[in-house]
Structures are given as C-alpha cells and as structure tokens.
Design a protein. Sequence first.
Length: 419
Amino acid sequence: MNDVPKIFDKVPLDIQREVAQKEMPNEELPFLRATTIRENCELAGFEPEAISYVQSVASQISTVPDLKYLLWYCHCLLCHSSSYPRGDVRNWEPLTNLLGELAGAFYLLVTLSGIPEAKKFHQIRRIPAKVLQDTYSDTWIWANDYKDKHNTWGIDLNIIPWLFNHLSGELYRLGRLQFVPRPFGQKIRVFRKREKREVMVLSEGNVKFSGDGQISGARSENNQENNWTSRLLFDSEGVIGTPIYPTGRAWVEETCLAWKSWRQALASGDPILEIHIPAGSPLDFDACGDSLLQALDFFPRYFPDRPFLGFCCTSWLLNTQYQNWLPPDSNIVRFQREFYLFPIHSNKRSGFNRIFGTNSQNFSKLPRDTRLRRAVLDCLESGGNLRSGGALLLAQDLDWGNQIYQKGLSNSEWSQSKE
C-alpha cells in the first residue's frame, strides 16, 4: 500500500489537501462504520449480501491510513466543495492496479458517503421518505450494473458524477421516472398559438440537417448533397424558420409564425424538468404518466423556488426508428407518441450497449430473443445506424394517453405555412 500517496497526483486539487487532512476525524470515519454503511445501503435498496460485502471492504480500508485518507479526500471534494467540477472525477485513478477487484467498491464507498449529508438537506425540505428511497435506489442499480461487468459490486468512475445529482438535491425519482430541474438547453424554440392549444417547434438557426430531417452527422449513410442548414429570423411581424414535426423530423421548407397569432412558449435558458429513465423495470406506460403527474405536484410543493415550464427528455429510447420496428401498443412507441419529438445529434449506435449489454461488433453472436433486438441487428447488419432523439411536453399540455401533439397529424399538414 506504499503506492497510495502517488494516487494523489491523479486527483486534481480543488480544496487544499492540508485542509482536508486537518478536518479528517481522528477516530473512525463515520461513513466507514458498519452501522452507517448498513443504513446507507438499506436506504438505497441494497440486498443483504451486497451490504455485507461493502462492510467487508470498508473494514479493510480502515486498516490502511493512506487509503483511508484518500477516501476521506475524495469525499471532501464531492461533498464539501461546491466548486469542484464533478465531471473531473472521470479522470481520477481507477485504482485497479492497487486494489484489484476492490477498486469499484472503493468508489462505491465514496458514493455512499454522500447519503448522510444528502439526508440533512432533504429533511430541511421535508422530502417524503419514499421519494428518497426511490431516488437513492439508483446507486443500487448502478452497483449491480458494475457487478454484471466485473462480478463484484462497485461503481465505475464515469457514473459517480451522475449519482451525485441524487445526493446534491438535484434529481428526484417519482415513481418510474427521474426529474432534474435544469435550464432548457436544446437547439429548438417552442411556439404556442394564442387562441388554441396548437404548438409548433422551430429549429435554432445554423443547425445542419440531412435529407431525412435528422441532425446531420447522426447517420453515416446521409447523402451530403441533400444536407441543408436551418434559419431562424425574427422581426416585428413574426418569426420565420425551420419547422420540426411532432413526429421528430425537421422540414426543409421554412414556415412563418405571425405574432398576432403566435407567442414564444419555450426557449433556451427557460426552466424545465429533464426526464431521465432509470434502468431496472419496464417502461410501463401508465406508470410513466403517473410519474409526470407526481412531478406536477412534487416540485411546486417542495421546491417552489424551482418553477418549470415543461418536460424535456433526450434518450436512445426516443429513436423514432422504433415506431417502424415495434407494434403501436409497445411501451416505447406509446411513450414516444405522448411528446413533441425532435431530432438531436447522436452517434451511430445509440442505445446499443443498453439493449445488448455489450459494445460487441460480432452481431452474429448477439441474442435475437426480442423484437427490438432483432430489428436493431437487422438494421446494423444491412448497413444502417441507430440514433437518439428528443422529446418535450409543456406542463399545461400534460394529458397522458391522448397524444396531444401527434394525434391525427399527417406530415403534409406541417409543410404548410402558419398564419
């Protein structure tokens, strides 16, 4: 364990190391105590066998002063330093050369160390216990994901920044879905007709699209000659720009929205709730609708200082190709049709790892045991590619099950100019 001090060279300094050392408790670190670990793990839904394993690793770490201090230092960076860029965690030393199969458990302990302080924040806000249990359960989901890959429980460094959204009071799981209050950051603008419920989305300017109405570069087979660039022009009479269908594609012919009939409803920087879809259970359609209804009550009740105008989600699950591959009553298709879909930039194999649990290029060895897996493999083997997609839903339009934006809509209707 004499190599432990060298690891500090891989941990960027945000607070002075001497300060962390001065504040380090002389006695056993609170989050290394067996009772605390049990409380934290049980709150996150860990199974007894996993709890015993984490306790065992903590006991071993407690016997190595330098290693124990490294754990404390990582805890301080993430839990006591608001200015530390959490994304920098991905550059930390993996510790596999030093700890072997225990490396992932070390960083699992770092993650769990944030729960006690998170509980203090949540108690002040009076967040219900069930919401906290559901929210912290993401740690257990990712600990199991790590076990599937490494045969032992742990957390990958790349996942720690995500999990600290839960521990910093940024993310909450309400039923099936997770929600994060954030400024809207997509390259689109949303407009609403003044006297009707109708909504229209225009692309921001200077976005490159392919001939199929997707973001250019998302699919390698795009014919570059058919690519085009969006425009968005405002004047005193209205706005002219590139329309995006609710079904998730842009249209090359521009449309005009007059201010006498339309108003802007959502733009970059406006407050929204990001939707995230945790793994671990089916994307049950009714459960998703219930989650959105819970969000409409939860955030105004417990976070009145965090207003929001609507919901936004970007995910491989929003790949509109699935509407051609899956039956209309599938959960994925039904989920997509409740939103106003829009294209986003994505890689050529979005969602592949989540669908198959591997990034293998040997398609012939992969299972074809579901309709989705068969469709994805057929697509890739024929030279096609996968993509992600975006979805939005204004809060006042939540009417789950009625496809408020897409119902009865044909693409030709959206190629016409709006008054």
